[in-house]
Write a protein that binds this ligand. Structure first.
Ligand SMILES: Nc1nc2c(c(=O)[nH]1)N[C@H]1C(S)=C(S)[C@@H](COP(=O)(O)OP(=O)(O)OC[C@H]3O[C@@H](n4cnc5c(=O)[nH]c(N)nc54)[C@H](O)[C@@H]3O)O[C@H]1N2
Ligand SMILES: Nc1nc2c(c(=O)[nH]1)N[C@H]1C(S)=C(S)[C@@H](COP(=O)(O)OP(=O)(O)OC[C@H]3O[C@@H](n4cnc5c(=O)[nH]c(N)nc54)[C@H](O)[C@@H]3O)O[C@H]1N2
Ligand code: SF4
Ligand SMILES: [Mo]
Length: 700
């Protein structure tokens, strides 16, 4: 038996762990590493039970090819030959846009996967889809319509106040700007030094327990709340006038647009009290001089996501909550090269208006990506540009997309579906080829992705591969897969901006080295086996450059959306409840459901209902019911949950059998995706479906 320090990569929490390995090189247990300076011994059930994922009897250990309805073993090089030949054939026949890749959240399991996929799609001219466009695509729209501050937001570490709007990092360990490593401890520390917290959420979720003010709103009414907060802030002159003078256009248009959103109108629409709304505005804007706002999947999956995101971001803008010239940069960069941070606006690019739109519903492309909700139609709609080949890596789009029946039908219509995937997922089942990669403790890795997303301290951790793949396994790393396919197509794979040597396959260690160009040499990061907060030379925010832009706080399209929203209603007569999304601590999207410890704790996904909404329907905790929406009907067991607002129900996603499998709720739960539509009730710009605040009713 031996013990090794490493870190868990199931979610962005990247908890430091101590891994116990037996003499046969099998991972037998995982516990939190008290020697890790940021996570300090914290680890959740997913990480603790990860040996059961690694050693799972259902794990795929050989390349597979689908023959009829069965998957049979195929030699790896043979599989790569066949895949490359089909990719070339399809590209020649139908053009490179008939090829596509989909990157899922599992791609964050290793630092190199994202850059590899980007390089692969560029080399082939393939369309790029990812989970971001069925998640928080409103953030990209907002960056392009409002603009961004080049030096980032006010750092959480010394902020006076923070707003969490539909973001619950204590369970999700996901956030763009607040700590995700041992976040409970970090929130407690922040509260202890006096930070105030405002939570905007229809549920008294985990972060709401730390809230000084909790605005328990009706789902999908974030635009009203954000407009109301702006109304109060602007009416009282609590914004930062000199910041706005230098950096903002459209302030008067914003003032006029939010004028009708009086506290009493907003309170009635959102189901909150006028006093709480005004108090929240005062706490954020008047009584604090630093701190910002976090939105999560809540507002980004509800209706009017782009409008809500834009208005929430405007709150930070009118209060000037950004690092200024001379302020210290909290993390100049450990792994990634230091870049100048300027106190200036990167003006709205509106790039989405200039790029060719999708042939499906005219959906826009964001950050070079096609919209994932259009993928099934991109496959099913005949004509030039039809997607014929798809390579999925680190994702399970068949389960993640709304309307699973259409998702399955479309994936069956592909000429070529390849899954780089360790488990027999709903997507893998439909794949023509499955190439299983090594998993977590079998691969080296570095916390590059965390530094890229949000890390505000100069922290980094490297882990070597702790164990070899299981005996007899024939695995295929993503690096080898993408490199081999590009090589077979006589092209060059670029990685992190540089061409790879196409004569020798890259090792994972080479790719990690190619990602590490920051202040601290890789050898030093490698030596700090428990992870380390490094001492790097200070960096300060520089003054604005000649190309500084301005935030556009109320462009015409946003103003039009605001008027449309004001006249719209999110409810519809026959449906008296609203279903919101919810994340379970025990599973990550569609993964880990069948680990024994998870099965024992959460055998299925209940429909959480307020106790009074249960009793008014003559129901009690544990009753079997059906949940019905405009688009579908699923079975569920109800669970009483007083943390919900009356009229709101919540249920975790990514459970349940697929449409062509027998229904077995007691064993697998049910898929909330069956209650959603891909094409109705979507955000028109980027085709984002309504996935939270969905009108439903209970039948029993
Ligand atoms: N109804 C409803 N639907 C939703 C949501 C919702 O809230 N409600 N949420 C949406 C959101 S936010 C997202 S991001 C999507 C999630 O959509 P996806 O990202 O497509 O789905 P995941 O289930 O996270 O898939 C991750 C996959 O990566 C695999 N994997 C793990 N480790 C590795 C590795 O090292 N290499 C490779 N190649 N693969 C690996 C896992 O086995 C798993 O199959 O779902 C969306 N769908
Ligand atoms: N354990 C676990 N962790 C995960 C995942 C998982 O499946 N399991 N998934 C990962 C993924 S892919 C992602 S994208 C992140 C997401 O991370 P987060 O964005 O933090 O997602 P949630 O934890 O679902 O929190 C969303 C919150 O929004 C609230 N909400 C719902 N509807 C509305 C609304 O209309 N308005 C407002 N204001 N709030 C609303 C919900 O009650 C919930 O508290 O989590 C990641 N982490
Ligand atoms: S929070 Fe859990 S799943 Fe996420 S990195 Fe930590 S141990 Fe792993
Ligand atoms: Mo996500």
């Amino acid at each position: 038996m031996r013990e090794e320090a490493s870190y868990c990569r199931i979610c962005l929490g990247y908890c430091g762990v101590t891994v116990t390995i037996d003499d046969a090189d099998r991972v037998v247990s995982v516990r939190g590493d008290h020697g890790n300076p940021l996570t300090q011994g914290y680890a959740c059930i997913k990480g603790l039970e990860s040996p059961d994922f690694q050693n799972h009897p259902g794990r795929l250990l050989h390349p597979l090819k689908r023959v009829g309805d069965k998957h049979v073993r195929i030699d790896l090089e043979q599989a790569l030959d066949e895949i490359a030949a089909q990719l070339s054939g399809i590209s020649t026949e139908s053009g490179p846009e008939a090829l596509s890749v989909y990157r899922g959240t599992g791609a964050m399991a290793a630092a190199e996967i994202g850059p590899l996929m980007m390089g692969f799609s560029k080399a082939l001219g393939a369309q790029f889809f990812s989970s971001m466009t069925i998640d928080q695509s409103a953030k990209w729209v907002t960056a392009e319509r409002l603009g961004m501050w080049a030096a980032g937001k006010d750092p959480f570490e010394n902020a006076d106040v923070w707003i969490f709007a539909g973001s619950n990092p204590l369970v999700s360990l996901w956030s763009w700007s607040t700590p995700v490593q041992n976040p409970v401890r970090r929130i407690k520390e922040a509260k202890a030094r006096g930070m105030r917290i405002i939570v905007i959420d229809p549920r008294a979720c985990e972060i709401a327990k730390f809230a000084d003010i909790h605005l328990q709103i009706n789902p999908g009414e974030d635009a009203a709340v954000a407009a109301g907060l702006l109304h109060v802030i602007l009416a009282n002159g609590w914004g930062d006038e000199s910041f706005c003078r230098d950096n903002v256009i459209g302030l008067e248009a914003l003032r006029a647009a939010v004028a009708p959103f009086t506290p009493s109108w907003v309170a009635a629409r959102a189901g909150i009290s006028t006093g709480d709304l005004i108090a929240a505005a005062e706490m954020f804007a008047r009584n604090a001089s630093s701190g910002s706002i976090n939105t999560g999947t809540g507002p980004n999956m509800a209706s009017f996501p782009n409008l809500a995101e834009h208005l929430y971001e405007c709150i930070g803008v009118v209060c000037g909550r950004f690092p200024r010239e001379g302020d210290p940069v909290t993390n100049p960069g450990v792994i990634r090269a230091r870049r100048p941070r300027r106190a200036e606006v990167i003006g709205p690019s509106r790039a989405f208006e200039k790029k060719p739109r999708s042939r499906v519903r005219g959906a826009v492309r964001l950050m070079g990506e096609a919209a994932t909700p259009t993928l099934p139609e991109e496959i099913l709609t005949p004509g030039p540009g039809r997607v014929r080949a798809l390579i999925v890596c680190g994702g399970n789009p068949v389960a993640a997309l709304p309307d699973p029946a259409t998702a399955v039908k479309s994936f069956r219509a592909l000429d070529l579906l390849v899954a780089l995937e360790p488990m027999m997922t709903a997507t893998a089942k439909l794949a023509h080829y499955i190439l299983p990669p090594p998993v977590m403790f079998e691969r080296p890795d570095i916390t590059w992705t965390l530094e890229w997303v949000n890390l505000s301290q100069p922290y980094a951790q490297y882990t070597p591969a702790l164990v070899p793949p299981p005996p007899g396994a024939e695995l295929c790393s993503e690096g080898y897969a993408f490199w081999s396919l590009v090589k077979r197509m006589n092209k060059t794979l670029r990685f992190n901006g540089r061409p790879l040597d196409m004569t020798v396959p890259p090792l994972e260690e080479d790719l990690i080295a190619a990602l590490t160009d920051g202040d601290v040499p890789l050898t030093e990061i490698k030596a700090a086996r428990h992870g380390k907060i490094f001492e790097v030379a200070p960096q300060i925010v520089e003054g604005p450059g000649p190309s500084a832009g301005r935030f556009d706080v109320m462009p015409e399209d946003v103003a039009a959306e605001l008027s449309e929203y004001a006249g719209a209603s999110s409810m519809s007569g026959e449906f008296d409840l609203q279903l919101i999304a919810r994340r379970m601590r025990e599973v990550s999207n569609s993964t880990l459901h069948d680990l024994p410890a998870v099965r024992a704790r959460v055998p299925f996904n209940p429909l959480h209902v307020h106790p009074e909404d249960l009793s008014s329907r003559g129901l009690k905790d544990g009753d079997w019911i059906s949940v019905v929406s405009h688009h579908g009907k699923i079975t569920a067991v109800v669970a009483a949950d007083a943390s919900l607002k009356r009229g709101v129900v919540s249920m975790a996603h990514n459970w349940g059998s697929m449409p062509d499998e027998p229904d077995d709720y007691g064993r697998h739960g049910a898929s909330t995706a069956a209650l959603l539509s891909l094409t109705e009730d979507t955000e028109p710009l980027q085709a984002m479906p309504r996935m939270s605040g969905v009108p439903v009713r209970i039948e029993h």
